[in-house]
Ligand binder design. Structure first.
Ligand SMILES: [Zn+2]
Ligand SMILES: [Zn+2]
Length: 328
């Protein structure tokens, strides 16, 4: 992180106060107040640049309990009147022991403090298995299972509850690592192409998706959340894993960024411009649950046919529609 060393007094580029942080790509040293203002302006600029809220009135924020999603909750709460949106949070309790218990509490408290309605969905109640139990049963990598479940559940929840857009806390560093990895292994297609600041809705199948931290570095989010004392889960997910290709890409990006400040922003903007709006992928509704699929059976129904013996999509939709699974 680019914290200014306290032994050397560096003045804020915008006022007389001492700077607490350096923003290399903008050649700015900023005090706490001016950094907070700078950070929020950049997020609002991203929202405006990519029109991520277009005509959206009801916004559902996917909250994991980590600093990224709680930061976006904080910023959107502060500017909800300006943005003219009504906010709600949604959290999937994955049943990963203390990690999940803590995450759930943090999300609930953050929403309560922000005056934002909060939906907590328990995976165990919904599917009868926790994430560790599903990993054990399927032998699939936990991160890919977790991604599949969250995509399905949050998208279905948004459609069933009438939300126009699902907001996630994906930041620029992670998005670039995903995209570059797909290029490196010659597989640039599918889900990763949807990692854009905004993905349009498909009537009845997909709620729109917005990523307001698309042009924000992870260190900027960490600095903002630390300076403002935004509570988030401190321990990382016990399943957290980064493969060797992603680790190397992340290190390479960091090295280039050090020598060419702002490189990542240029790259992220180029990706956003160059990605075709219309995906070449054919989307049809799943014959079991009606949710999006490429082959006629969606990923969730395919998965649960193996784990449960029958597709669980229809019962998940039903449970979400009737809000039977909500803990709060
Ligand atoms: Zn200042
Ligand atoms: Zn299905």
């Amino acid at each position: 992180m680019y914290l200014v060393k306290t032994s050397l007094r560096v003045k804020c580029s915008k006022c007389e106060r001492d700077a607490v942080i350096r923003v290399p790509y903008a050649k700015l040293n900023l005090c706490k107040e001016h950094y907070v203002e700078y950070f929020e302006k950049r997020v609002l600029k991203t929202i405006e640049r990519y029109k991520v809220f277009r005509d959206a009135k009801k916004v559902l924020i996917a909250l994991s309990g980590g600093k990224d999603s709680l930061t976006i909750l904080h910023v959107l709460t502060k500017y909800r009147d300006l943005l003219r949106v009504q906010l709600a949070g949604v959290h999937l309790d994955l049943g990963i022991g203390v990690y999940s218990d803590e995450s759930r509490k943090i999300v609930l408290n953050a929403c309560r403090d922000s005056g934002v309605e909060c939906y907590i969905i328990s995976l165990k109640d919904l599917l009868n298995y926790t994430l560790p139990e599903l990993v054990e049963k399927t032998k699939r990598p936990p991160c890919s299972l977790c991604g599949l479940l969250k995509r399905y559940i949050f998208n279905t929840a948004a459609l069933e509850w009438g939300y126009d857009v699902v907001v996630t806390g994906h930041h620029m560093d992670d998005i670039l690592v995903f995209r570059l990895k797909e290029i490196l292994i010659g597989r640039e297609e599918g889900e990763v192409l949807k990692l854009l600041p905004y993905t349009e809705s498909v009537k009845g199948l997909y709620a729109a998706r917005a990523r307001p931290l698309y042009e924000t570095y992870e260190w900027e989010i960490r600095a903002y959340s630390e300076l403002l004392g935004i509570k988030h889960i401190e321990v990382s997910c016990p399943f957290k894993y980064r493969d060797v290709i992603s680790t190397n890409i992340a290190e390479m990006l960091e090295k280039i960024e050090k020598e060419v400040p702002g490189f990542e922003i240029t790259l992220a903007r180029r990706f956003a411009r160059k990605t075709p709006r219309e995906s070449s992928e054919v989307v049809i509704s799943c014959k079991h649950c009606g949710m999006p699929s490429s082959s006629g059976i969606c990923a969730l129904c395919k998965l649960t046919m193996k784990t449960h013996g029958s597709p669980m999509g229809p019962s998940i939709r039903d449970a979400l529609r009737n809000k039977r699974i909500l803990l709060a």
